[in-house]
Design a protein around this ligand. Sequence first.
Ligand code: COA
Length: 699
Amino acid sequence: MNKLTNMVRPGTVAVVGASSKQGKIGHTVLNNIISCGYKGKIYPINPKETEIEGIQAYQSVADLPEPIDLAVIAVPASLVPGVVEDCGRIGVKYLVIITAGFKEIGAEGLEMEKKIIETCREHGMRLLGPNVVGFIDTHTPINASFAATFPQKGEIAFLSQSGAMLVAILDWSLSSGLGFSKVVSLGNKADLSEIDFIEDAADDPNTKVILCYIEDIVDGPRFLDVASRAACKKPVIVIKSGTSQAGAQAASSHTGALAGSDLAYDVAFRQCGVIRARSMTELFNLAVAFARSPVPAGKKVAIITNSGGPGIIATDNVENYGLQMARFTKDTIDALRGTLPVEANVYNPVDVLGDAKADRYRFALQKVCADPNVDSVVVLMCPTGVTQPVETSQAILEAKKAYPEKPILAAYMGGETLARGSAMLAEGGVPCFTFPEPAISCISGLVRYNEMLQKQEEAAAQMSRIDQKGAKAVFYDVIKDNRLVLLGSEAAEVANCYGIPVAPTVLATTPEEAALEADKMGYPVVMKVASPKILHKTDVGGVIVGLKNSDEVRRAYLEIMDNVYGYMPQAVVYGVEVQKMMPKGTELIIGMTKDIQFGPLVGFGLGGIYVNLLKDVSFRLARGLTSGEVEKMLQETKAYTLLRGYRGEKPRDIAALTDVILRVAALVNDFPEITEMDINPVFAYEEGLSALDIKITIS
Ligand code: COA
């Protein structure tokens, strides 16, 4: 049982502000609960009534005879704080505050909303709202809302930050035949938000697809966590409108324009496996596709059409949506050629011609669906004097039954003549549209979801060889030493724990120790002063390179100490770091900074001294980063051209680089206390990588 189970399946419900007067919200809410078939106990609350709709009414929640799971509040805003207090006192578990007039009206409303949240926290009550239409669960059933319609039972959970959008969709759903498991109006999200309901819907056996209309996300990191877990269980499709204030402010910070912008949402959704719809139409088209179609094995689409033009348009769409036209096997082509008229096109798109009746569609469907090179099928039909929409729909439904693993979608391009045929398809679970584009866009959504699932699995498998405890111990020692900046040797140890290849780096506190360590790691070595306060070591004579034997190392130790104390007599010096000098490779930078909304961002680009000049860096959110995303991230930079082998140079080890970026992402995800991290430079070789200088700052 998850934490919202008692809310959506309450045993007892109080309606505060229940009214016997038709047309009042309190009347509608009470009636909705009664008429939806709710089986629990209902308590109308109204100081002036003793009975409403034949049910005994109570003057106040304080008078109720038994504990209440859910109280739906529809009294004027000024009365809400008092009612919430009363609810808290009698131990109500969940509140739905329908009343408007809080945060959304300004400072006064915000104050009142804060007061309500405080009371809820004090009494351990969870709150939906204020400023909501309410919620509906068709399987309980309960209709704790003032919506005019109760939707059909279905498998789609719809969460909406806009109440108006929600009621409009409910109304439309009745004519479209779409069913819902749950419908939730999120309102001001003072307590419960889309995150809680996504979490709930992910575990709800009655929900197959989660749809969200949101305007903002209040807790980015939690959204990423919850949504990525939910997306592994079932598709989460989101439409996001508006841009965030917080993000706009953050644009002036270090993270740059990515944070909080629409792009950040784009990246965040993609990385946590959320499918982003660009319009309400697409949102619901995708919902229908996910609710009714299997997820295809790949991106190869076959098209069957009775006219050339729509076939070409669909083919263009296939390409535009990143899908591929299937290439049929010889058997399929031979079979189609043997039976279809000679004028028919037997390659993809298959054109069964304008005079095709249902039998030609049936034959083409059977052959195309059976082809192992076909992952999904789109059937197009334009009405001619001889088309048989009903019989063709029958043939499509037969194919769906025979090939349950392949999505079949249709576009019946017309109106009246095709209405019965398309209704049959909708009833039989085949998404049917008026034009090809939405059908192709839906297949693209299904394919993206499948790819995301595969990538999540691969990412989990990749993250072996991580010693989180070891890294934690290093951070613990740094904090114990009252520092926030790690020494190079400490940062190298952390990197080692996370499998990030780093040039051997050891701290020595005497010339003798330095010589011993250098002997162990082999020559040549470089020596660097170890002091968290000295940021530019070279400027104070704190770095000596190319040391070839132990005598040189001993001398270098003393020279560095002399130099540093000469420049900075007060400096706290921990010793000198001895690092193996690595052969020169392509200089790269891998770093981390924080996005105000979604947490750590991993950056990659050309490294070395030109990093600030060239600004050749691309970013991704660390959370949910997959190798596929890293690949795209690399491709966005000019450095990628070098890595692939520029002007006859051998290509660098892109697989190793991808692995290191994923490991940096894992490290910064595991340790939120890391505020900044830079690996600059990282040398990339034909085989492998070596991190030379790692800076880590914690808070
Ligand atoms: N406990 C219980 N009932 C109480 C009460 C109390 N302490 N104090 C008053 N009531 C009763 C009233 O007597 C009235 O009952 P009646 O119809 O029998 O007279 C009922 O509660 C409602 O109070 P009323 O003053 O008539 O308010 P209202 O119905 O005109 O408006 C709201 C109340 C909540 C509908 C209104 O304030 C509101 O917020 N409307 C907008 C809702 C909205 O748009 N939400 C967001 C959707 S996206």
